[in-house]
Every structure is written in structure tokens, then in C-alpha cells.
Design a binder for this molecule. Structure first.
Ligand SMILES: NC(=O)c1ccc[n+]([C@@H]2O[C@H](COP(=O)([O-])OP(=O)(O)OC[C@H]3O[C@@H](n4cnc5c(N)ncnc54)[C@H](OP(=O)(O)O)[C@@H]3O)[C@@H](O)[C@H]2O)c1
Length: 331
């Protein structure tokens, strides 16, 4: 255990109130000291509920010498600005996924953190769940033979009108909101040597941002990755990796609750077996990893976040512009 890191929060966001602030309150690794909102009453309400100091406006957290680290759960379009401001103020940063809206912005804040010797982490909790290390271990042990293809999907139901994910000005869209998960899973299991071979982004329900997408990636060695994502869909969350001798597949991979016991399905010529992995609290593990990064003075941003940003940009660039909602004349 490390000395708890004193954290201030920028914005009374839904994800903060539902998941991160309860986890911070329960964690021995962080000490929640302040929560800020643009709205005084919202700050007061959240602070009373989670037993910390309310701050009106985000600047007050950055100038507070009692705050060592800042958690940024703002709309994507504001991530780079407030992450940069927090690093400038000498604070370590845990920012929501994706870390920023582009590779350029991510590289910029990564360089800021490196220069100042501050920890910078993206809050993409699933990577901390041990089930992925177990899948990687099985692949490395040769249980599927030579890897040939990876497939991952993350789709979620549509949010109400006005939600930040449906607003272009706030950095909305399915690629950033949901596509980031399969992209990161591909990086986790196939490594950084991935390029985009093709992609499609599309819109439904009159949305001003893309609500669905698919991308085909490949490694230099010829392993393909088929990624699917969306935010106007039934809930799906899983991946499989298939090779010359079999395949491994897992469901509920991206946002499993802490009591979920993952099952890795292994299929090969001898049949199907199920490998049960112990349940894990991936949000708690993320906070522990962040606190360690702060206390160990590990200033480096995980390289995978830079590769993730590069691939998200490349998927957007590869998608043909005519991929909007089909018109009524079609068909
Ligand atoms: N890691 C995960 O599993 C996960 C899950 C869901 C969401 N997220 C990420 O977390 C972030 C927030 O998502 P959310 O669903 O919690 O969003 P949300 O409920 O809309 O919260 C965003 C917060 O940002 C603040 N804000 C500042 N300027 C704003 C503006 N112009 N418009 C709207 N809000 C503004 C608001 O706080 P105040 O009014 O209090 O200032 C608002 O409550 C996003 O980056 C999202 O991708 C991550």
C-alpha cells in the first residue's frame, strides 16, 4: 500500500458520481479531498455525499496546494485543455478515456507530464483486469497455435438527446466513446505493431456524430483485427482471438462489475473448455495503479495510449465521408 494520493475532481460527471467517487471513497490508495463543479450547488451536493470540500469552478482545485492529483471526467473536447492546465499546475492527472481527442493532443500532454515528472494516466479500467493477462498468457503458451485473427466488439444503448456523446462540439461520437475499447484490446493482445486497413463510421437516428463503426486493422506479420463499436445498439462487449490451432473468447470484457467471474472459452480440436478467472475490481485496480505511478515517480504515460490515439485518428481518416445515414431513396 502507498501513502494515499490526495485527489481533486473536475466536474460532477455521471461517471464520477456513479463509479469513480464511490471507488475513491472506498480506496486506501487515494484520499478524495475536493470536488469541483461549474455550479455551486452541484459541487456542494457531491462534496456532502462523498465527504470532501466543494469548489465552484475548476481553477480552485488546480490552485489548491492540498490537492496532489486531479481526476478529469469532462466531455472529451475539454480533456486536453484541463489535463494540460492540471499538469501546468503541478498536479498528477487521471483523465477519462480517451485521454484526448487526437494523437497531437495526447502527445502534447504526454510531453508536458514527462517534462514535469508527473504521472499521467488514462482511465480505461478494463486493461487492469487480470483476465486479459490470462488470455495473453494462454496465447503465449501456444494454446491457439499461431494467432491469425482478433475480433472485438463494444456496443451500448443510445443515450438521451443532449448527452455529451451525441454532441459534436463536445467531442462526441461512437469512435471515441466505444471504439476506444476494442482498439485498446487489440493493442493489448496483438501489440503496438498495428495499422488500419479500412474503416466505416456511420450515423443513425438523426445524430450529428457517428453512432456506429467498424475497422479492420492488421499487424505487419499479417494478423488481422476486426473491431466493431457503437452507441445506438444492444449491449455487446467481448473479444476472441483465433489461431492455427484453436480460439479463445471472452464476454463482458470491457465494463465487468467487481463481482463478475470471467469465463475464458477455449476451443480446439479436442473440444471446448471453460477457464474461470477470479473476479476483480478493475476500477479499484486502476486507482491502485495510479497511486503507484504517482508515488513511484513514474512520469511516463503508458505508450499504449499514444498508439491508441494514433489508431483512433487513423480509423477516422480511413472512413469514407459518405458514410452518413442512408437516404430514403436507397434500396
Ligand atoms: N471509464 C469509463 O468507464 C467511462 C464511463 C463513462 C464515461 N466516461 C468518460 O467520462 C467523461 C464524462 O462522461 P459522463 O457520461 O460522466 O458525462 P456527464 O455526466 O455529461 O459529465 C460531464 C461533466 O463535465 C462537466 N462539464 C464541463 N463543461 C461541460 C459542458 N460544456 N457540457 C457538459 N458538461 C460539461 C459537467 O460537470 P459540472 O457541471 O459539475 O461542472 C458534467 O457533469 C467522458 O470523457 C466519457 O468518455 C468514462
Amino acid at each position: 500500500m502507498v501513502t494515499p494520493v490526495r485527489v481533486g475532481v473536475l466536474g460532477v460527471a455521471d461517471i464520477a458520481v456513479r463509479r469513480m467517487l464511490p471507488a475513491m471513497s472506498a480506496s486506501a490508495d487515494v484520499d478524495l479531498v475536493a470536488v469541483a463543479s461549474r455550479d455551486r450547488a452541484r459541487a456542494a451536493g457531491a462534496a456532502a455525499r462523498f465527504g470532501c470540500r466543494p469548489v465552484t469552478g475548476y481553477e480552485g482545485v488546480l490552485t489548491d496546494p492540498g490537492v496532489e492529483a486531479v481526476y478529469v471526467p469532462l466531455p472529451l473536447a475539454l480533456h486536453a485543455r484541463w489535463t494540460g492546465a492540471a499538469l501546468d499546475a503541478g498536479k498528477h492527472v487521471l483523465a477519462e478515456k480517451p485521454l484526448t481527442a487526437s494523437f497531437t493532443e495526447t502527445a502534447h500532454v504526454a510531453e508536458q507530464a514527462r517534462r514535469r515528472g508527473l504521472a499521467l494516466m488514462e482511465n480505461i479500467a478494463f486493461v487492469h483486469h487480470p483476465q486479459h493477462a490470462e488470455v495473453a498468457r494462454l496465447v503465449a503458451a501456444g494454446v491457439i497455435g499461431e494467432p491469425r485473427t482478433f475480433r472485438a466488439v463494444f456496443t451500448v444503448p443510445r443515450r438521451p438527446a443532449g448527452d455529451i456523446r451525441l454532441r459534436r462540439d463536445l467531442g462526441g461520437g461512437a469512435l471515441a466513446d466505444t471504439g476506444v475499447y476494442p482498439v485498446r484490446a487489440a493493442l493489448r493482445l496483438l501489440g503496438p505493431d498495428l495499422v488500419v486497413a479500412g474503416a466505416v463510421l456511420s450515423r443513425s437516428g438523426g445524430a450529428e456524430v457517428e453512432t456506429a463503426g467498424a475497422a479492420l486493422l492488421r499487424t505487419r506479420g499479417g494478423v488481422s483485427a476486426q473491431l466493431e463499436f457503437g452507441m445506438d445498439h444492444g449491449y455487446r462487449s467481448g473479444y476472441e482471438i483465433a489461431g492455427s490451432a484453436g480460439r479463445l473468447s471472452v464476454d463482458h470484457v470491457f465494463t465487468p462489475p467487481a463481482d463478475h467471474r470471467p469465463v475464458i472459452r477455449r476451443e480446439d480440436r479436442s473440444g471446448t473448455t471453460e477457464i474461470v478467472v477470479p473476479a476483480a475490481d478493475q476500477i479499484g485496480l486502476t486507482l491502485t495503479a495510479f497511486a503507484r505511478a504517482v508515488r513511484d515517480g513514474r512520469a511516463q504515460l503508458d505508450e499504449a495510449v499514444l498508439h491508441e490515439a494514433r489508431l483512433l485518428d487513423a480509423i477516422r481518416a480511413a472512413s469514407p465521408p459518405a458514410s452518413a445515414e442512408p437516404s430514403a431513396e436507397c434500396g
